[in-house]
Design a protein around this ligand. Structure first.
Ligand SMILES: NC(=O)c1ccc[n+]([C@@H]2O[C@H](COP(=O)([O-])OP(=O)(O)OC[C@H]3O[C@@H](n4cnc5c(N)ncnc54)[C@H](OP(=O)(O)O)[C@@H]3O)[C@@H](O)[C@H]2O)c1
Length: 248
């Protein structure tokens, strides 16, 4: 009897929580995109427009977004400037962050992904449950590669690697999100090097474990399909406070 009640209670909870997330997703109209000038970010802007969202693109240098003039709202801003982030977030229902760049030094704690995660968490934690949903683009080196270990756990990246700070910086970002309280974060990770081209709208999703092709090779995706998958998740809300990876 007790078990049956517990089961009924769990199902009711799942239905209620699921509905709340779906309702929030339905109410998303205005999307703020940090990194709109980037290789992935440009496709995130285009896919958002294709879906009819009102997009605000953010760059530290507005002229980098001039190709979008007339189609999106263009704002300047640095993701590390907490006051500016707070100001920009307020008018939006969801935030997609696709920021990156070459590491400036060997210290992962100073890599932009780690610093950006800390900045966004500070602002969103202040906003609490009313804060908008955040989807943050992560890195494949933080995915479970084999036998429960990431490529970082497996020691595949040492300090001499040119992207050492980038890969470990993304791990710090993911750890910060996981430790955050009251932030509706999702980290979206490509499973490999985004080597495919073009749009298909045909994607699959996995959690922390790297998606693979039937032959066992790490799966692939294009930037266009990655952007498509990010919005599919924004609408579905299946990975709130989790990380997913996505491939064709
Ligand atoms: N397989 C994988 O796992 C994989 C593959 C590719 C990329 N990624 C990840 O995806 C993300 C985006 O990659 P990408 O290739 O599209 O990057 P990208 O072309 O180098 O673009 C970087 C973007 O970051 C923005 N940015 C940098 N610092 C910023 C700051 N302080 N404030 C606001 N914006 C800032 C830049 O905007 P402005 O310069 O205009 O301000 C630019 O739009 C990175 O985190 C990267 O590690 C993962």
């Amino acid at each position: 009897m007790k078990r049956r009640l517990l089961l009924i209670f769990s199902w009711v909870w799942i239905l209620v929580a699921g509905e709340a997330i779906a309702e929030k997703a339905e109410s998303v109209e205005r999307v703020l995109v940090f990194g709109a000038s980037g290789r992935i970010g440009q496709h995130i802007v285009e896919e958002g427009l294709r879906r009819g969202y009102a997009i605000t693109g953010v760059s530290r240098f507005a002229e980098r977004l001039s190709d979008f003039a007339g189609r999106i709202n263009i704002e300047t801003g640095d993701v590390l400037d907490r006051d500016r982030v707070r100001e920009l977030i307020v008018a939006h229902d969801a935030i997609i962050v696709s920021i990156g760049g070459a590491p400036q030094n060997k210290n992962p704690e100073t890599y932009i992904a780690a610093l950006a995660a800390a900045s966004l968490i500070d602002v969103l934690q202040e906003m609490g449950e009313d804060g908008p949903r955040l989807i943050f683009v992560g890195n494949l080196f933080t995915l479970i590669y084999q036998e429960g270990e990431t490529l970082l756990d497996m020691g595949r990246v040492d300090e001499s690697h040119q992207n050492y700070a980038m890969f470990y910086g993304h791990q710090i970002a993911l750890d910060l999100f996981r430790a955050s309280k009251g932030v509706n974060w999702t980290v979206a990770t490509p499973p490999n090097g985004l080597r495919l081209q073009g749009f298909t709208g045909n994607v699959r999703f996995g959690g922390d474990e790297l998606l693979r092709d039937p032959d066992g090779a790490p799966a692939q995706i294009s930037r266009e399909d990655f952007a498509f998958a990010v919005y599919e998740e924004l609408a579905a809300g299946r990975y709130v406070r989790q990380r997913f990876n996505t491939a064709r």
